[in-house]
Design a protein around this ligand. Structure first.
Ligand code: SF4
Length: 398
């Protein structure tokens, strides 16, 4: 663990405590943390006014970032909305802002801390807002995997590529090992860059983005990809399988996008004649194969903006964004692709009471929930981010 202000250094591989969210606290982890002081009740009718007042009191010292998957009650206070990479870049472009309040999840706040100046403090209103996908690749596991690759004599010819949705120490691992970060918009460009430098790619944490990019955008076959399971000895793969693979996919996924099913695509096509299915590349390969269009959240938003009135869309991404798109485009029919998928639980940890609590504390001179990436991790993570930034094309994501 590389962040949180009060934390003693956590040893790689230390198991995460299993606290019920919001109950009990573990200073070594973002899980189950409590907010010191008074957290306003969600029923407080004055919350909107309190948030406005605290924001006004902080003025230009404050910049509030809102990820597309955030609730409306929070998004209304965002100075800018976007995907995680766009938000981190926006924060970096505002050095006058002393406090960057990141309404998103932990890895996003870490990236903002890496890309902003030293005098800027990045605040995550609820430290329990993590990302289950990012948690699926922990540094100790990735280091073990690298040893497995070395034992199979392939580490030297493998380039590690991590999705933006990963912790800072995983990005730093990539920085140290000649690797790079990718987003869902530039994954193909990044993989091409990696294959100019090595024979294989170790791609984490999202198997689906890696597989969809390798197979659908780069023309590889499913047999060129193998799945490395960090919970199994040697990743559950033989040395021979590692030697013959081109892309070694980490067994991780998004708990929201991973739940869309091919059946849901068939059902919506039967239910809504002429519907176009638009999904995020974090969805399973079988779902993406059945969709009409695939792309990042920014791509999804732009596609809907450009769509003609009367067009019909079933969208496979987080529910808050789909709901907002449906509300802002009343002359287009927009439905959620899957009836059994819910909000991103960790994104939804950021609610109005936590935002008010964070803003009021900042306004009264108490810095709470600051996300600080240690210098060494920051240095190597920035290397991996800068390799991505040097590549041509758009860099938007999740
Ligand atoms: S939507 Fe998926 S990838 Fe995004 S924060 Fe939630 S769990 Fe993580």
């Amino acid at each position: 663990m590389t962040t949180t202000p009060t934390s003693a250094p956590i040893r790689p591989g230390t198991p995460l405590s299993l606290f019920v969210l919001g109950e009990g606290s573990d200073p070594r982890s973002e899980r189950g943390v409590e907010c010191p002081g008074d957290l306003p009740p969600a029923s407080d009718p004055a919350l909107v006014e309190r948030a406005r007042r605290a924001k006004a009191a902080l003025g230009n010292r404050l910049f509030v970032l809102g990820h597309h998957y955030q609730r409306d009650e929070v998004i209304q206070f965002a100075d800018v909305t976007g995907d995680s990479f766009k938000l981190a870049s926006e924060a970096a472009a505002r050095p006058e802002a002393e406090f960057i309040v990141f309404c998103g999840v932990h890895f996003m706040a870490e990236s903002a801390d890496i890309l902003t100046a030293d005098h800027q403090k990045v605040i995550l209103p609820d430290l329990a807002a993590g990302c289950s996908m990012a948690d699926m690749a922990r540094l100790a596991q990735v280091e073990d995997a690298w040893d497995v690759l070395a034992d199979a004599d392939v580490a030297d010819v493998t380039v590690p590529v991590t999705y933006m949705n990963s912790s800072a120490d995983i990005k730093a691992f990539c920085g140290k090992h000649g690797g790079v970060v990718c987003t869902s918009s530039n994954a193909k460009t990044v993989l091409e860059w990696a294959f100019e430098r090595g024979e294989k790619v170790l791609f984490f944490p999202d198997q689906h983005l890696g597989r969809n990019t390798a197979v659908l955008q780069m023309g590889m076959s499913l047999d060129d990809c193998v799945l490395y399971d960090p919970r199994r000895q040697g990743g559950g793969l033989t040395a021979e399988q590692l030697r013959s693979a081109k892309v070694i996919l980490w067994k991780g996924h998004c708990s929201v996008h991973g739940r869309f099913t091919p059946q849901a695509v068939d059902d919506v096509r039967a239910r809504i004649p002429g519907v176009q299915v638009l999904v995020h590349p974090e969805c399973q390969h079988e779902v993406v194969l059945k969709a009409d269009l695939i792309g990042s959240t920014e791509f999804i938003i732009k596609t809907i903006e450009k769509a003609p009135a009367g067009s019909r869309w079933a969208i496979g991404t987080e529910l808050n964004l789909v709901k907002r798109l449906a509300l802002t485009h009343p002359h287009k029919e927009i439905v959620f692709l899957e009836q059994h998928v819910c909000y991103c639980a960790t994104m939804n940890r950021i609610d109005l009471p936590h935002l008010v609590w964070a803003l009021e504390n900042l306004a009264s001179g108490h810095v709470v929930n600051q996300i600080v990436v240690d210098r060494e991790t920051e240095h190597h993570a920035r290397e991996a981010l800068q390799r991505m930034l040097a590549l041509p094309g758009e860099t938007t994501k999740d």
